[in-house]
Design a protein around this ligand. Structure first.
Ligand SMILES: C[S@@+](CC[C@H](N)C(=O)[O-])C[C@H]1O[C@@H](n2cnc3c(N)ncnc32)[C@H](O)[C@@H]1O
Length: 546
């Protein structure tokens, strides 16, 4: 049945259904939602909080704590779980009258504030982060299937507590989590896999469009947080608390081990991809489980790209985030290309490329390892040595799409590209449309097709003052990946004729008659070259079948 994964100390309890219901009712009652918190804090303090800056929210809630009882109740909860300010038990009892402090202690969401270890003495502090999370309409999911208001528990983050993070830290909803949420191509599927579920964030979204979700993690604590979150939000996630296994299976284990010999229609993973220097004799307990897969270099991402297709059903897709090393003197795409087998569709988009120094700084900061100067110096040097040992000049970050072709089909996508500028979010629906266009191109005769220019496309011409013709003609896409295409004269002529009247072959023929005929003009090369360029514009969504 795979829902209960033993009892895990030091994680919220999910075996007290009455308390979970009481908590959900209380949180709903005080309006502890994304909008409710934003309304309480005001725009700028809320924006600061999303950058992990607590001070403006501390100031905003100080005033509210003494105001009307509704605002005071919400302020107490925000200060407890988002700002990590210890609260008086009588204040929490009044704010959450159904569950009261006693119930929060029983669930493991708060603990007595030292030095007085007796809760009756009156002050408790957050033992976990518990925050509202939600989505509306199809804005973040791309599914068009309604909205959700949830509460998500995870460990307190670096900015909410002193010292270095615990090594088995259970990550809350971060930037990478939302990037993957927004990148995922959402279609109705029977079975989905969330590999390395953490607090369960990807699974919440998958439950919106998958009949059944399997969530795995190497950390029993992470699975305990996920189980708690699923049951706390059972109603919104359409889970029957008496039979959660009908919709979700939680599995403990590493990478594909817990799902070997099974197949899925969709796999998503924000894996522990952070490249970390290995040290002799290190134990698993020394590693930050949430980000470090324990392998050297970028091996964790390489092995997932190689092995994930084995758990994909025909036509099944996998989407993940990853880092890859770029060896000095090579193109970034060379390593990812060597991982993706010839029998799968593969699309890598590199979103960022940083040097070893910046990489070390980012990840030492992330776990608050910069707070101890000597440790910081040693760890920084270890990062540089590690990258130097493999002659790594840069580290790429990006998104990966893999697809096992449908029965009898061949792969049609092999794309490794760099897009570092801001793109439209959620980009998932646009990636899905691009995959459909690649399939369409493979199955149809482009020359016989009639095309239209997509609604979001504009043309930009640049010319030297006084020049008769433009020197540069750019086609720009307003939506999705917001691509720009530099057009040749003939391609610009082609695009301007795409009103659906003539077929691609007819327009190319007319342009050949107009522009060809000069010395050295080769009609076949002209036609083939232009047809290929038109195919690229269709693939990228500038031109669409009429
Ligand atoms: C970066 S977190 C992602 C959490 C969550 N899915 C998200 O999108 O925010 C990576 C997760 O992978 C888990 N993990 C680490 N090593 C793993 C392994 N070898 N197999 C499966 N999960 C692993 C960690 O415990 C952690 O929960």
């Amino acid at each position: 049945m795979h829902f209960t994964v033993g009892n895990t100390s030091d994680a919220p309890r999910s075996d007290l259904p009455e308390l979970l219901s009481a908590l959900a009712a209380d949180l709903r009652g005080i309006g502890y939602t994304v909008d409710g918190v934003a309304g309480l804090l005001g725009e700028s303090a809320h924006a600061a909080l999303s950058r992990d800056q607590l001070i403006p929210a501390l100031i905003a809630t100080e005033a509210a704590a003494d105001g009307d009882p509704d605002a005071a109740a919400l302020a107490a909860v925000v200060r407890l779980w988002l700002l990590a300010v210890p609260q008086r038990t009588d204040v929490l009892d009044a704010a959450l009258p159904g569950i009261r402090t006693e119930g929060l202690l029983a669930l493991g969401l708060v603990e007595p504030e030292p030095p007085q270890s007796d809760p009756a003495a009156g002050i408790v502090r957050a033992k976990a982060d518990l925050r509202p999370y939600g989505w509306g309409g199809n804005a973040s999911t791309g599914t068009g299937s309604g909205s959700a208001d949830l509460w998500v528990a995870s460990d307190l983050a670096a900015h909410q507590q002193p010292g270095v993070l615990r090594h088995d830290h259970v990550l809350g909803i971060g930037q990478a989590s939302t990037t993957l949420v927004q990148t995922t191509i959402r279609r109705e599927v029977a079975r989905a896999l969330d590999l390395g579920t953490g607090c369960g964030i990807q699974s919440f979204h998958l439950l919106n469009h998958a009949d059944h979700v399997t969530a795995t993690d190497i950390s029993a604590r992470a699975l305990a947080f996920t189980r708690f979150n699923l049951l706390l939000n059972a109603e919104a996630l359409r889970i029957d608390p008496a039979r959660p296994e009908d919709r979700v299976s939680l599995r403990l284990g590493s990478l594909l081990e817990p799902v070997a010999a099974e197949t899925f229609d969709l796999v998503v993973s924000n894996p522990p991809f952070v490249i970390t220097p290995r040290s002799p004799g290190e134990a698993a307990g020394d590693q930050f489980t949430y980000r470090d897969g324990g392998l050297p270099g970028d091996d964790i991402v390489a092995s997932l790209v190689r092995e994930l297709p084995s758990v994909l059903a025909p036509d099944g897709t996998a989407q993940l985030l990853g880092n890859w090393e770029v060896v000095a003197g090579t193109e970034w795409r060379e390593r990812p290309q060597s991982w993706a087998g010839p029998d799968v569709d593969a699309w890598f988009i590199q979103r960022e490329l940083v040097g070893p120094e910046q990489y070390a700084e980012t990840w030492l900061q992330d776990a608050s390892e910069s707070r101890d100067r000597q440790h910081y110096q040693d760890a920084y040097a270890a990062y540089l040595d590690d990258f130097a040992s493999r002659n790594v000049a840069g580290i790429g970050f990006g998104m990966i799409f893999l697809r096992r072709p449908a029965a009898g089909a061949r792969p049609v996508i092999s794309r490794f590209e760099e897009i570092t500028y801001p793109i439209e979010q959620p980009v998932g629906p646009h990636l899905g449309a691009a995959v459909e266009r690649a399939d369409w191109l493979a199955a149809n005769d482009l020359a016989a097709t009639h095309l239209l220019v997509a609604e979001d496309v504009t043309e930009e011409r640049h010319q030297r003052p006084g020049a008769e013709h433009p020197g540069v003609i750019l086609l720009r896409q307003g939506a999705g990946l917001r691509r720009t295409n530099l057009l040749s004269t003939e391609l610009a002529g082609f695009v301007s004729a795409c009103d659906g009247d003539l077929s691609v072959g007819q327009i190319i023929g007319a342009l050949e008659a107009l522009l060809g005929g000069g010395d050295g003009f080769d009609g076949e090369t002209f036609r083939d070259g232009l047809l290929a360029e038109v195919g690229n514009l269709v693939r990228d969504g500038f031109l669409l079948p009429a």
